[in-house]
Structure formats: C-alpha cells, structure tokens
Unconditional design. Structure first.
Length: 301
C-alpha cells in the first residue's frame, strides 16, 4: 500500500488514460482474438500451447483468489483512492492479479516463440507495463502482480517445454485433456463448497466458475478436434481473413447474446463460457473442415 500511495502522488489525467489503455491489452477479449487467429488461420500448434498456458494459469490464479480472499487496495485502506475509470474492470479478489496472468500467458508464450531478441524484448516490456499499470491504477499491490507473474510464467514455461517443444499434447491427447478437465472440475467443486458455505459471495464464485467452464471446454474440445477434425488454414490471405472475421463475429455474438438469454447464475456462467470456447475450438473448425471435405469430393469428381 505504501508503494501504491507513492505512485498515486504522480498521477496525471494523461498518464491515467495511457495506463488505462495499456491495461486493456490484458482483457480476455484481446487474448481470445489472438488465440482465434492463430488457431483458425495461422499456427494451430502455437495456439494450443497458448491456450493451455492461458487456461491453466487462469485456473490457478482463480483458485488462489478464492483461497486467500484478499480485498482490493481501496477496501484494505479506505483512505486510498484508485483511478476511478479502472474500478469497474476490477472484479474479484485482488490477489493474484488476473490482468497480469492474462498478459503473461499471452506474451510469455509469444516471447518463447519469437526468434529475434527485439521481439522478445517487446513482449517482456508489455508484460511489465501491464503489471505496472495495475499498480498505477490502484487495482493491485506489488504482491498481487509479482505472484501472478510467477505462477503464470511457470505455466507458460511448462506448456512451452512439454506441449510445444516435446509435443506431448499430440502423443498423449487423452492424458492432457483428462488432466485439465480434472483441474477444472476440482476447482469448480472447491468454489461451490466455498459459495454454499457462505465463505465467498456470488460474484467472486462466478469468476471461478467462468474459468472452469472455459477450461473444461478447451480440454474437451482439444481432444475432439485433434482426434476427429484435422482442419487446415486457408491458403489465401483473403480466405484467412474471411474465416477469422466470420468466426470472431459469431464468437462475440455468443458471448454477448447468451448472457441475457440464459441468465447469470453459476450454472449459466459455466455453460456460457463452455459454449463460447467449445465453439472456438471445435464447432467452428468442424464447419470449415466439413466444407473442405465437400470441396475435396467435388474436385475428385
């Protein structure tokens, strides 16, 4: 809190706007857009690695949040004032930082992938900037940011080494899927126990349930897609852009449209995130894989 109070002395409207913009890079929508482009149109193997890094680190961070239940800085110290525009996006408990987890999973994975030092440096710089922005805006303490970074970069390193480099996800599809599904179901059960025991409130439980729904869909969808839907990226740039834009449009439609349709209960939150991720990882690939097969049959005849 002393560090946050120190930063607060040097806030300016211009810096507030800049750091609010930087923190948007770690929103789940931005990460999902990157995963979708890689998975549907470019680098399927890299997309899998990024997806596993993102969802496993997210599950761990959510589990730590509901376990330690540390309030936001302005609740810890009522005299502390965060940047007002950042408060609506600061849902859930403070420790560890979800935004730091998100950007570390994304840019940490890309940093391992990139070959050139200046590309790696840019990834590291933006991870730092997002983490710093969370403290500047008053949404997280250094402890929140550093622990989240440590947990996330560990997940990234393990996924990169075992899933991307050694390709265990190709050799042992069922093992990888089952492991992730068990983690999701374990966290889901743990969260529901805490909620039913009135240890955590609904909106804290909801963030965990969303992560479990997304992770479970990724685990199931990955296995189904890898085993039965061997799709390929379009050859032309126009084909890749068209596939991406159609897919993203429907993804956002599902994300926004399902909420008023099925409600915001805990089961509804799980189902909504499961459907959105399952659409990304399995349903949409199945549609253009089927189109590929139909086109191939016509070419043969």
């Amino acid at each position: 809190m002393e560090f946050l109070n120190f930063l607060a002395q040097y806030r300016t409207p211009a810096a507030d706007a800049i750091f609010q913009g930087i923190t948007l890079l770690a929103q789940e929508t931005f990460v999902v857009v990157v995963i979708c482009w890689l998975f549907w149109c470019s680098q399927k193997k890299l997309a899998y690695c990024l997806g596993f890094s993102y969802f496993t680190s997210g599950l761990l961070v959510q589990g730590l949040k509901v376990t330690f239940r540390i309030p936001r800085p302005w609740i810890l110290d009522p005299s502390f004032q965060p940047v007002a525009s950042a408060v609506p996006g600061a849902t859930g408990y403070s420790f560890p930082s979800g935004h730091t987890q998100s950007i570390t999973a994304l840019l940490g994975t890309l940093g391992f992938y990139f070959k050139k030092n200046h590309q790696k440096l840019v990834c590291a710089l933006f991870i730092f900037l997002v983490g710093f922005s969370r403290m500047y805006l008053g949404c997280h303490t250094p402890q929140d940011v550093l622990v989240s970074f440590g947990v996330s970069i560990l997940c990234v390193s393990l996924c990169w080494h075992f899933l991307y480099k050694k390709e265990i996800f190709r050799e042992k599809k069922s093992l990888v899927s089952v492991f992730m599904a068990v983690v999701c179901l374990g966290l889901l059960a743990y969260t529901l126990i805490l909620y039913k025991s009135s240890i955590i409130e609904f909106h804290y439980a909801q963030d965990c349930v969303k992560a479990c729904g997304a992770g479970a869909a990724f685990a199931a969808g990955y296995y189904i897609t890898e085993k039965w839907i061997p799709f390929h990226a379009p050859d032309s740039a126009s084909g890749r852009i068209r596939r991406f834009l159609i897919g993203i449009f429907i993804t956002l439609l599902l994300q926004i449209g399902l909420k008023p349709l099925i409600g915001e209960s805990l089961p509804a939150s799980f189902i909504r995130y499961f459907i959105v991720v399952f659409w990304i990882i399995t349903v949409y690939p199945f549609l253009f894989y089927r189109k590929e097969k139909q086109h191939s049959r016509k070419s043969d005849t």
